[in-house]
Design a protein around this ligand. Structure first.
Ligand code: GLA
Ligand code: ZN
Length: 674
């Protein structure tokens, strides 16, 4: 796998525009960056008002100087387009660039990430500044990447956006009759007789129609995509070879990231786990899955373009990273395919809402702090990890994870309404595999998804089937794959209309059953799944009731009126096997037990063959294996083979001791020359 960069990038958001009256600080920055092994910065993300102080009047002088100083020091630049935050003059002169909220009221100037992305004025002003920047810097020797805007998020309900939504709908449906049919508008007498009657869904208007809401999310995704493409094309016109990224976020569901990823060359994301809470292992599992999701968006290495060296300032409780955690969490990103460890922020500003957000350099201006040393350590480690850069993380397991499915579940008035927990449920399945060192790709239902290379496909709560998913899953099993589907699967089509006939739609013969009823349990309530062989595990949240079961019953319900009813089944179909799990395993142990049963005969490859202590996880990236201790205790492991730890250079074999929050980056000791 050819990486996008020759070395791991190490650095972060650099905001010299806040210090233009302090040349001494700008000078010191570069010296301290060298000391911290910083080799790349994201520059100019919020610099618009300094770059274009008046409409059409550009000032690049200060940026020229900053870029020269960085480049002379060998520090590369991810140059931002400044579209994340707009200057006041722009909002004052062209109010249409300001967003309208869910109540359709226009916002006032302030904050950031809150522009109308439909506004032709906003698009034109952004295109102009982007072109000016690219004209000047697209061939600058220090620039290695374009950083488009910042954390695209939210949506606008202004008249321009409403009109664009209607245009998008006209294009999709052609006729109102078709829209009325596929939006099921005879319900509550909502039939539209003119396109102008349709408004964006909102709490001030209509937000009860799930089909409409899914379409709105698709429309918003397409607006943001076209905006990013506009920016991409503006800068690429001056140097098509320079790659572009846009930094994505965790737990962000408003736009379909699989689709947005099509607009950029490299996926990057901002990674802010809240460590040292109730369960670090759970946190680590969730962020492992986030990293794998980002890797899977384009099926190639990504960038962790933001993380904190110490703490953030926007959670309710902002805790420090304990000693070891900065290296450990940075290595987690690398293990899952990151090409960088970048941080927010290089230096704390004196004012503004992020003056107390963690930074490499604090208000004391020192380079001998604990945080600074942690950052130096990561930078030095990354330099030694260059052999890992071209290593590809390969997976035998695919977890189907789909944004549109998430929307459909969220908008469905059923079950645990408003708390369907699709993502958290996926994390639970992911965790049970990740803990065993099994690599997982995440794929959605788009046409590009090819399941044929996977040995196991796990599809939790796949409520919506789109793009012929039932057919594709059938072919996958027929050809020899192993599939796990759960309760709440194959219920609605791509229009978010319920399928008529037996569920899961199109798969009843593949699974050897049909799902007839769904019971929702109260919080805290459980049933049990009694497995063949006598083991019983608790189940909770949802209990589906399959009927006409011709599949082999592997486990049955323990309680309630459906005691004895099938709960876990497996069906041979073609060359493969289709598992069906009717209820949600309640505990992590229950999940491990069920997934162990499902994967028993597959012999999936783990990063390390040894059994590791609870809280220690091994993650494979090609020939490299990252062993991570997510506990505050020292852990003792057994390594059968000899491995070299690339971070320290030590050879580890036999009994080996991993300190609290410790991490090793192992490669086979004899494989180094390979
Ligand atoms: C986000 C933003 C940054 C900064 C950090 C703080 O990731 O992109 O500009 O606000 O959060 O954690
Ligand atoms: Zn708008």
């Amino acid at each position: 796998m050819k990486p996008d960069f020759p070395v791991f990038l190490h650095g972060g958001d650099y905001n010299p525009d806040q210090w233009l009256d302090r040349p001494d600080i700008l000078e010191a920055d570069v010296c301290m960056m060298k000391k911290a092994h910083v080799n790349a910065v994201s520059l100019g993300i919020f610099s618009w008002s300094r770059l274009e102080p008046e409409e059409g009047v550009y000032d690049f002088g200060w940026l020229d100087g900053v870029m020269k100083r960085l480049t002379d020091a060998g520090i590369s630049i991810a140059l931002a387009t400044p579209s994340g935050a707009r200057p006041a003059w722009l909002a004052q002169k062209y109010p249409e660039v300001l967003r309208c909220g869910p109540d359709f009221q226009r916002m006032h100037f302030g904050e950031r990430h809150n522009h109308c992305l439909t506004s032709p004025v906003y698009r034109e002003k952004v295109r102009a500044i982007d072109a000016a920047l690219a004209d000047r810097y697209a061939k600058h020797p220090g620039v290695i990447l374009w950083h488009i805007g910042n954390e695209f998020g939210g949506e606008c309900r202004c008249p321009l956006c409403a009109e664009a939504f209607r245009g998008w709908l006209r294009n999709k449906y052609g006729t109102l009759a078709d829209l009325n049919r596929r939006w099921w508008t005879d319900f509550w007498s909502h039939r539209y007789t003119a396109w102008e009657q349709i408004e964006p869904p909102s709490p001030a208007g209509d937000q009860c129609n799930p089909s409409m809401r899914v379409d709105w999310r698709r429309f918003v995704t397409s607006q943001v995509r076209s905006f990013i493409e506009m920016e991409r094309d503006a800068v690429k016109a001056f140097n098509p070879a320079l790659p572009v990224t846009a930094n994505l976020m965790e737990r962000f569901w408003d736009y379909d990231y699989f689709e947005l990823a099509q607009a950029i060359d490299v996926v990057s994301w901002d990674c802010y786990p809240a460590w040292h809470g109730a369960d670090d292992l759970q946190r680590a599992a969730e962020f492992a899955m986030n990293h794998d999701l980002m890797r899977s968006l384009k099926h190639k290495p990504f960038l962790m373009i933001e993380s904190t060296p110490s703490l953030v300032n926007w959670k309710d409780v902002n805790k420090l990273k304990r000693p070891g955690m900065h290296l450990l969490s940075s290595m987690q990103a690398v293990a899952h395919g990151s090409q960088s460890v970048m941080m927010f922020q290089w230096r704390k500003g004196r004012g503004g809402s992020e003056a107390f957000h963690g930074a490499v350099v604090s208000h004391d201006g020192r380079d001998d702090t604990r945080v600074f040393r942690d950052v130096e350590q990561v930078g030095a480690a990354l330099e030694r990890l260059t052999p890992v850069l071209g290593e590809e993380r390969k997976a035998e397991v695919c977890l189907l994870f789909d944004w549109e499915n998430r929307w459909a579940l969220d908008f469905a008035q059923m079950g645990r309404r408003g708390a369907m927990q699709y993502f958290d449920t996926c994390v639970r399945y992911y965790r049970a595999l990740w803990e065993r060192g099994i690599a997982v790709d995440l794929r959605d239902m788009s046409e590009a998804t090819d399941l044929s290379g996977y040995r196991l496909v796990v599809a939790p709560m796949l409520f919506m089937f789109r793009n012929g998913m039932d057919e594709r899953l059938r072919r996958y099993v027929e050809a020899g794959g192993t599939l796990l589907v759960t309760y709440l699967s194959g219920i609605v089509d791509a229009d978010d209309l319920a399928f008529l006939g037996d569920a899961p739609h199109g798969l009843t013969d593949v699974l050897g059953l049909r799902a007839e009823e769904l019971d929702t349990l109260y919080p805290g309530e459980t049933n049990s799944l009694k497995l063949e062989g006598g083991v019983s595990v608790p189940v909770s949240r949802y209990c589906e009731l399959p009927e006409d079961v011709s599949a082999r019953v592997v486990g049955t319900y323990g309680e309630d009126f459906y005691a004895g009813h099938p709960c876990l089944t497996v069906n041979s179909f073609g060359q493969g096997k289709a598992w069906y799990l009717a209820a949600e395993p309640d505990t992590e142990q229950a999940m491990r037990t069920v997934l162990a049963r499902v994967t028993e005969e597959l012999g999936l490859t783990a990063a390390l063959p040894e059994t590791l202590p609870q809280g220690v996880v091994a993650t494979g990236r090609g020939r490299a294996v990252f062993v991570q201790n997510y506990t505050a205790e020292t852990q003792t492991l057994w390594l059968t083979d000899a491995w070299r730890d690339l971070i320290t250079g030590d050879v580890r074999q036999g009994t080996a001791v991993l300190p609290p929050y410790g991490v090793w980056a192992l490669m086979k000791a004899d494989g180094e020359q390979a």
